[in-house]
Design a protein around this ligand. Structure first.
Ligand code: ADP
Ligand code: MG
Length: 254
């Protein structure tokens, strides 16, 4: 039985690739307003689980609800409209578009096609202004305002990570799912990204992020779920999961 404040509740989620079972999760919950870290060695199925839950990949089995709405089988833009938005391990930034246009595009893409606003120019223009204001707000927040009109391709690796996070936030999601937001960035930027994640949670957003480095998640996570070979092998508060033999085994075996 799910806890009363569970935002995401998933049961029996399975994804296989040929003979390989990439994800086989019996039960998973993400509590509203928390930071949940999804950890596990490379190949554990973390990205695949994100892909399935966010509608970018289809499950072979399973059901899940988000904010009470059943979302299994729904396409990514419909999932996003329910308030669940994810980022990718490899950023989806378009180098030949300006930084601000990357944000505007994210808002449109995540909203999916909408016929009505395009038939009502004043409404459409108001929506465009709102999107632009939101983009500028996020550019300030992530200290990218000075890069606003530059090609996104000119951003550093770290700035690209920040833009990726900003893209996910364009639609003011209830929950943001970040796939290895810290991968490949220097320690200073890692600290800054962790600060951004904590700030989002403190503002009431629910955050679920994938990270394979256990040390990174310990400081900021409210709850840690460890996947190994597609299954949840341990979950709990960070200090408990960090000391769990099953987790240590999963990492040593990888
Ligand atoms: P993680 O993100 O935890 O490192 P992934 O979810 O990327 O792991 O991968 C889990 C397993 O599924 C791996 O063995 C990987 O090779 C396999 N896998 C992932 N995506 C595909 C795919 N599209 N086709 C075939 N195998 C895949
Ligand atoms: Mg991955």
């Amino acid at each position: 039985v799910a806890k009363p404040d569970a935002l995401l509740v998933a049961d029996g989620v399975r994804r296989t690739f040929g003979g390989l079972t990439a994800v086989d999760v019996e039960h998973l919950e993400i509590q509203r307003g928390t930071i949940t870290a999804l950890i596990g060695p490379n190949g554990a199925g973390k990205s695949t689980l994100f892909n399935v839950l966010s509608g970018f990949d289809r499950a072979d089995a399973g059901s899940w609800t988000f904010d009470g709405a059943p979302l299994a089988g729904k396409a990514a833009h419909r999932v996003a409209r329910h308030g669940m938005v994810r980022t990718f391990q490899l950023t989806k930034t378009l180098g030949k578009l300006s930084v601000v246009d990357n944000l505007k595009l994210a808002a449109t893409a995540q909203r999916g096609e909408r016929l009505l606003p395009s038939l009502l120019p004043p409404l459409w223009r108001r929506q465009e202004r709102e999107i632009e204001a939101r983009a500028d707000e996020l550019l300030e927040r992530f200290k990218l305002a000075h890069m606003r009109d530059e090609f996104a391709g000119t951003l550093s690796g770290g700035q690209r990570k920040l833009l990726e996070m900003a893209r996910a936030l364009m639609v003011r999601p209830t929950m943001v799912m970040l796939d290895e937001p810290m991968a490949g960035v220097n320690p200073a930027l890692t600290q800054s990204l962790l600060g951004h994640i904590t700030a989002l949670r403190d503002e009431g957003m629910t955050v679920c992020f994938v990270e394979h480095d256990m040390d990174v998640v310990m400081g900021i996570s409210d709850w840690v779920v460890c996947l190994a070979e597609g299954r949840v092998v341990a979950e709990g508060p960070p200090d408990v999961v960090g000391a769990d033999p099953a987790v240590i085994d999963a990492y040593l075996g990888s």
